[in-house]
Design a protein. Structure first.
Length: 432
């Protein structure tokens, strides 16, 4: 049986670990963010590294003390590692904080936790990342002898690339964007002779009637367009007890709420009808976007390459292509006349999804029969008004009576398409 000394040592180590964790967090809070990057002085860096190393040493001692406690048969100690230990216990240094970590470590969440979530929590935390229940339905039987291990909830695999990843990062603080869309361009630039005959076309005669050469006039057709800031949002409900289960809460925030927004965003950037002054107009519904239908004699990768030519003829260099997972599989497994893979080699070397030198995004938001490629960033730009945020409140319907909390995830963004000709919607034609 564990002694009072064992208990005192563990309490002391936990207290020291909490202090060091708080110190490291305080130092991290002094880091300045400039242009999307953190600026850290040498003194801040050294102090932060020392605090983390001290926390790691204390964590090691705490693990040893817990091991000794287990050997002594002490069964009442809390199981698992503290939240601070999970973060600072990485031998290689602090891990990258997930969006869920940012939420549960936010000041709003901590304030609600200190009140035992009894003050009708309304928590909002900005992040860049159906109903849920703290317990699964059905009957659960716990054995009388032996231990029980909670395996938690399997987190859904996050999609590595979304359509937004093809765009350069851009932000706005405006409620509406107004721009100019190019709908026509005729380039008549040419050499200009110094002198011409009186008609302005024939060769000069040397007479006083000769005139100076006139530069040809090109044609550029522009039209003003407004691009509304649209909101994408969804909600889910969960019992308040789930707030005490931090690992599951992180998984739900990361995998369900935030990724749900990203999936809807993928679809809207492609297919949203727009036109109501509040919704995005997707690229498939933007006037002026080019179309290309492949030849049955061409394999799929060749059809894609010919579609790129249409964008190049409009003087735009394609930077990315969006297609369905099914059709990306077809492209990847294509073979040439000798049986060698045509595309897979460049995917295997460097593990980058590229074809014909452009980035690839595979998404279920794209139907199998089509694809889209173009100059992302030059021909169109995505603007973030508000990044994905998660709001938690009990003040929704009869939530308070039922002990239920409503989680709401939302983001606000705009899609500017200034050069529709830089994009090509491809229609696959089965290879004969």
């Amino acid at each position: 049986m564990a002694t009072a000394t064992d208990k005192s040592l563990i309490r002391s180590l936990k207290s020291q670990l909490a202090e060091k964790s708080a110190e490291a967090e305080r130092i991290a809070g002094t880091f300045k963010e400039e242009s999307g990057a953190f600026v850290v002085s040498t003194e801040q860096r050294n102090a932060y590294v020392k605090a983390v190393k001290d926390a790691q040493e204390i964590k090691g001692l705490l693990d040893a003390a817990n091991g000794a406690e287990s050997l002594n048969g002490y069964l009442d100690a809390p199981q698992g590692t503290s939240a601070a230990g999970q973060f600072y216990g990485n031998p290689g240094g602090p891990e990258y904080k997930s969006l869920g970590d940012m939420f549960v470590e936010s000041e709003a969440y901590k304030a609600a936790a200190r009140a035992d979530f009894k003050d009708r929590p309304f928590i909002r935390a900005e992040m860049e990342g159906k109903s849920i229940f703290s317990l699964s339905a059905g009957t659960h039987t716990t054995q009388a002898l032996g231990g029980v291990q909670d395996l938690g909830i399997t987190e859904a695999q996050r999609r590595k690339w979304h359509i937004r990843d093809l765009f350069p990062s851009a932000k706005t603080k405006s409620a509406v964007l107004v721009g100019i869309r190019e709908t026509g361009w005729v380039n008549n630039a040419a050499q200009v002779a110094e002198r011409r005959a009186a008609d302005g076309i024939s060769s000069p005669t040397g007479l006083d009637s000769d005139v100076f050469g006139r530069a040809p006039r090109s044609k550029l057709k522009l039209e003003p367009v407004s691009f509304p800031i649209a909101e994408i949002a969804h909600m889910l409900d969960g019992h308040k007890n789930i707030l005490a289960d931090e690992p599951r809460l992180k998984q739900f925030i990361n995998s369900r709420l935030i990724e749900g927004i990203k999936f809807a965003e993928d679809y809207d950037l492609l297919h949203s009808a727009g036109g109501d002054g509040t919704s995005i107009t997707g690229l498939f519904n933007t006037p002026g976007v080019q179309q290309y239908t492949g030849r049955s004699s061409d394999k799929y990768s060749i059809q894609m390459r010919r579609a790129m030519t249409k964008a190049l003829l409009a003087e735009y260099e394609p930077t990315g292509v969006v297609l369905s997972p099914t059709m990306w599989e077809e492209v990847e497994v294509e073979t040439d006349d000798t049986g060698a893979f045509r595309v897979a080699l460049q995917v295997a070397v460097g593990a980058q999804k590229k074809v014909w030198r452009i980035n690839v995004v595979e998404t279920t938001a794209m139907p199998d029969g089509q694809y889209l490629l173009g100059a992302f960033g030059m021909g169109a730009q995505l603007y973030d008004r508000e990044n994905v945020s998660v709001t938690v409140s009990s003040e929704n319907s009869d939530n308070f009576e039922r002990g239920v909390l409503t989680f709401r995830a939302d983001e606000r963004l705009a899609l500017e398409v200034s050069r529709p000709e830089s994009f090509v919607i491809g229609n696959w034609t089965p290879h004969s």
